[in-house]
Design a protein. Structure first.
Length: 341
């Protein structure tokens, strides 16, 4: 018997860690200091030292690169760093910086020791990267004067600044750009106790305190990702607003069941992928392109959004060429089949 994916459309995939329309207004949920920031303890310890050292030396912070799955707090950390340093933050993203004039405009608008945050930095074009090399190392940019055969390049000093890059694909960064970051820090998935703190805080910010039981229940379904945890709290707020008793564990369990979210936080797309690996291919290795065509999703969606959590919980294995379900993953699929039939 085939496992049904769920009746939730891709646009409504609540367990997806990337930003969605329902996450609008998330900014005011973000912590504003390192003390308020939950999780990533090793990164926080390192940042405290780096921030204090930069303040004592009255120099800009070393360039920072955050990498890891989406929704873990890379943008939030960049905002906290700017506040802790008492500097302005300018934000952009790799896809938004299309022309050399775009990056030059950003760099020349900075003030001394400001923070420039570039999300999805792995998607910068090569000609943009080349401008960043000199800006990051020597705080200089090349300006072309004139045009045609009479054009000349003039070096222009810019204020000393800190570049914070964020990426979900460290391997996609070119070596020269990656090597210019003084700190390369990986954000990991959160454990249940950390997510429980985040859930309890978000409940309180929105409308009411939650019981530890409800907070833990939501945390366990949040795939180790604060963004998903906050999204689930918003959903429960909506149900509470229309009269559902979200203080009742039975009621909350029913709500999540209707959303197609199971005890591990897996949803219809996760189950569809695992079912394909277990049934269509009998547990054998399969290429990403073939798997994407079977489940009806883009390769990038599977690679960047679905697979990281399935890898974390040990349900799949992957190399650059193939994917394979593990024994634990097969056991999970068998359990679903037994429940269905």
């Amino acid at each position: 018997m085939a496992i049904q994916s769920s009746n939730i459309s891709d646009e409504e995939r609540f367990a997806a860690p990337e930003i969605q329309a329902s996450d609008e207004g998330e900014a005011w949920l973000r912590p504003t200091t390192l003390d308020e920031y939950v999780g990533q303890s090793q990164i926080k310890k390192h940042l405290r030292v780096s921030l204090e050292s930069a303040k004592i030396r009255n120099e800009p912070l070393e360039h920072l690169l955050f990498y890891g799955p989406p929704g873990l707090g890379k943008t939030t950390l960049s905002q906290i760093i700017a506040r802790e340093m008492g500097r302005d933050l300018r934000s952009s993203s790799g896809p938004a910086i299309e022309k050399q004039a775009d990056i030059l405009s950003l760099l020349t608008s900075l003030k001394e020791h400001d923070i420039l945050f570039i999300d999805e930095i792995h998607r910068l074009k090569p000609q943009i990267e080349e401008i960043l090399y000199g800006a990051m190392e020597d705080f200089q940019i090349d300006i072309m004067i004139g045009s045609g055969t009479g054009a000349t390049s003039v070096k222009m000093d810019i204020p000393k600044f800190t570049l914070i890059g964020a990426t979900t694909k460290l391997s996609k960064l070119t070596g020269p750009l990656r090597d210019r970051f003084g700190n390369i820090l990986k954000l990991d998935f959160y454990d249940i106790s950390e997510l429980q703190q985040i859930v309890a805080r978000t409940f309180g910010v929105f409308w009411q305190a939650s019981s530890p039981t409800i907070a833990e229940f939501v945390a366990k379904k949040s795939r180790g990702t604060p963004r998903i945890a906050n999204r689930y709290v918003k959903i429960l707020r909506d149900y509470s607003t229309v009269g559902r008793d979200t203080g009742s564990l039975d009621e909350v369990t029913e709500i999540f069941g209707n959303l197609g979210i199971d005890d591990l936080g897996l949803d219809g797309l996760d189950r569809k992928l695992l079912d394909a690996l277990a049934r269509h291919f009998g547990g054998r290795p399969v290429g990403l392109g073939t798997l994407a065509s079977i489940v009806g999703e883009e390769e990038s969606t599977l690679e960047e959004v679905v697979e990281p959590y399935l890898l974390k919980i040990g349900y799949i294995e992957r190399t650059p060429r193939w994917r394979q379900i593990t024994l634990s993953g097969e056991k999970y699929v068998r359990g679903l089949t037994e429940n269905l039939g």
